[in-house]
Design a protein around this ligand. Structure first.
Ligand code: FE2
Length: 382
């Protein structure tokens, strides 16, 4: 695994994106250029209360694009929310979608697009390349720096009946444009800044060690790790600093470009299972799993993990194992506890491992983990 074949065929997909202060205010112009005359503006209550949905709405109004707001989206968006949003899209005769928020509204928006052209249940599209009809145009305005749903071909939807997270992966889910503006990040509470920042770091680490990595994704993954390791601790101390917020947004952008093309690994497969069963915060699950996943994977990608450890731990006097470096970085951000402190119980581990084992993210994990080995990682993280 450390001796990769650099000549292996790889492709790289990325949406158009605009980054910088004021990018949010371009939403109307881009919606208009994409032919939208009536938009479903997908957001959530928190983002709406912070004023960012209204700011995007003003931009749409200036471009004479009418819109309806759909804000019935919760963290770990449920399939029922997608279906409800698609019903509003249909009844309001919309012809385009603008998503404003973190990963949840953006994933929900992608699902609404898929349902609106197909008329089918969103859960029917689980898996890779199952979306055959092109969804309506989608503009994304991320208000967190972590999910990269504004760039990725992924939508993660919670099947509430089956208590599992369903991964829908298709090039058709790559948004038409992402407007990366640091201003909306300033209203994120500390915990969300930390959790989403660690999600970005997890994307970069898993993409860098992924079996589907390439010289192009490596470039983005390493830059994301470097940026996160400096900007995330600093932004927690200075949450209103726009330059620092922008650095975390760039970290998320680089991580998104990396994992959109190299995919992820065991931490995400296991985190999706936890989110499905317990409805837990995605970034926090990654934070509590990363150390044990790195330990389990280390032998299969030691050179790459050593490089990650050297970047994050560059100020340490003595060499530390990469798993320890990452764990200590995460603890330095104030993340404490274990999976059991989130309410996870040992009796659920076999069911969690069962779900993680069939998650598409596991396919690119550097080591070939068995169900039993996944159970052992959960046990260590408990
Ligand atoms: Fe993630």
């Amino acid at each position: 695994m450390n001796q990769r074949n650099r000549l292996e065929l790889r492709k790289f997909v990325a949406p158009e994106f605009v980054c910088g202060q004021g990018a949010l205010r371009l939403a109307g112009r881009y919606a208009h250029n994409l032919g939208m005359r009536r938009v479903l503006l997908v957001t959530d209550a928190g983002v709406r209360a912070a004023g960012w949905a209204d700011a995007v709405g003003e931009s749409l109004a200036r471009a004479e694009v009418s819109f309806t707001i759909f804000d019935s989206v919760t963290p770990n968006p449920r399939s029922s929310e997608v279906m409800a949003g698609a019903e509003v899209y249909r009844s309001e005769d919309c012809n385009g979608i603008v998503a404003v928020g973190g990963g949840s509204p953006m994933d929900c928006a992608k699902g609404i697009g898929v349902v609106s052209v197909s008329g089918r249940d969103i859960l029917a599209f689980e898996g890779v390349d199952r979306v055959s009809e092109l969804p309506p145009p989608l503009v994304c305005v991320p208000t967190t720096a972590g999910s990269s749903a504004d760039l990725s071909p992924f939508a993660i939807i919670r099947d509430e009946m089956g208590r599992r997270k369903v991964a829908i992966i298709s090039k058709a889910l790559v948004p038409d444009i992402s407007l990366l503006d640091p201003e909306p990040l300033t209203t994120m509470p500390r915990e969300l800044t930390v959790d989403t920042g660690i999600d970005a770091l997890s994307h970069a680490i898993e993409a860098y060690v992924s079996n589907a990595s390439s010289p192009i994704t490596d470039l983005h993954a390493l830059e994301a790790i470097r940026l996160t390791s400096t900007a995330l601790p600093a932004v927690i101390r200075s949450p209103d600093d726009l330059n620092l917020r922008f650095s975390t947004l760039l970290a998320s952008l680089h991580a998104g470009l990396a994992f959109s093309n190299a995919s992820l690994g065991a931490a995400h497969a296991m985190s999706h299972a936890l989110g499905g069963v317990y409805d837990l915060a995605h970034g926090r699950c990654n934070a509590l799993l990363l150390e044990d996943v790195i330990e389990a994977n280390y032998e299969a990608a030691s050179t790459r993990y050593d490089r990650i450890g050297a970047i994050i731990g560059r100020e340490q006097d003595e060499w530390m194992a990469p798993a320890e470096v990452v764990a200590s970085f995460i603890r330095s951000l104030g993340v404490a506890g274990t999976l059991s402190s989130l309410g996870v119980t040992g009796d659920m581990i076999p069911a969690l491992a069962e779900r993680a084992y069939v998650d598409p993210c596991l396919a690119t994990n550097p080591s070939d983990l068995s169900r039993e080995e996944i159970e052992e990682i959960y046990e260590r993280a408990l």
